[in-house]
Each structure stands twice: as structure tokens, then as C-alpha cells.
Design a binder for this molecule. Structure first.
Ligand code: HEC
Length: 108
């Protein structure tokens, strides 16, 4: 019983520590990082023109938490899209948080 309680308390403490470690997104800091996204996601109508025209999902206005989760899923391979995987692999957790803050503001 005491063991279970301790495990719970420790788990909770670890959870809180983790939440505090999550990088805080800074939309201004993302300005130097969006160059690699804009070619696809910054286009009105959200289509790429090169090499083929294909639809790119709108990320402006998404919830920042959703954007980070999606980027993590591409990085881990859980989401298989090859170009997004290549890009997500080069992003640090801080990059993801900044980009999510930038796009999550909803004006892009
Ligand atoms: C080569 C074109 C291209 C570039 C460059 C690109 N993306 Fe993407 N992105 C896509 C496509 C296509 C998808 C949809 C992939 C799929 O079906 O899983 C996507 C999906 C996403 C999603 C998931 C959207 C959703 O609704 O689930 C996020 C978030 C995202 N991109 C963020 C970014 C960020 C941030 C960058 C820059 C660091 C970036 N992308 C650069 C083409 C691109």
C-alpha cells in the first residue's frame, strides 16, 4: 500500500518535472526557422508547386500542442510522410516549440 502510494507520488513529481522541462515556444525566435516550412506551408491555398502540385495541410492557427505532437510523430516515424520526416528530424524540441508558437498564433 505504502509502496503504491510512493510510486504514485514519485510518478507525479516526475511528471511535473517533465512538464517544466518542456521548452516554451517563442514565436519571435521561429522567424529564423520558418524559411524551411514556408515553401510548402506558407503558400496561399496550401499547395506546393514543385515538384508536383499537392495539397499541404494548413498549420497556421492549429493548436501549438497539436503542431508539436505532429512534428514529434514525424520525427519518431510514427507519421510516415517522407518530406516531413526529413524536416522534423532536423528540429530540436526548442525548434518545435518555437515553430508551434509561431504557427499557432493563427495569423499565418
Ligand atoms: C516539402 C514540403 C514541406 C515542407 C518544407 C514542410 N512541410 Fe510540413 N507538411 C507537408 C506535407 C505534404 C504534410 C502532410 C503530410 C502527411 O500527410 O502526413 C505536412 C504536414 C505537417 C504538419 C501536420 C499537419 C496536420 O494537420 O497534421 C505539421 C505540423 C507540419 N507539416 C509542420 C511543418 C513545419 C513546422 C515545417 C518547417 C520546419 C514544415 N512542416 C515543412 C509538407 C511540407
Amino acid at each position: 500500500m505504502i509502496r503504491t502510494f510512493l510510486a504514485l507520488v514519485l510518478g507525479l513529481a516526475a511528471g511535473i518535472a517533465l512538464a517544466q522541462d518542456a521548452p516554451k515556444g517563442d514565436a519571435a525566435a521561429a522567424k529564423s526557422k520558418i524559411a524551411m516550412c514556408e515553401g510548402c506551408h506558407g503558400v496561399v491555398g496550401y499547395r506546393t508547386a514543385y515538384p508536383d502540385v499537392y495539397t499541404v495541410p494548413k498549420i497556421g492557427g492549429q493548436s501549438p500542442a497539436y503542431i508539436v505532437k505532429a512534428l514529434e510523430a514525424y520525427k519518431s516515424g510514427e507519421r510516415p510522410h517522407p518530406s516531413m520526416r526529413g524536416i522534423a528530424r532536423s528540429l530540436s524540441p526548442q525548434d518545435m516549440a518555437d515553430l508551434a508558437a509561431y504557427y499557432g498564433e493563427g495569423t499565418k
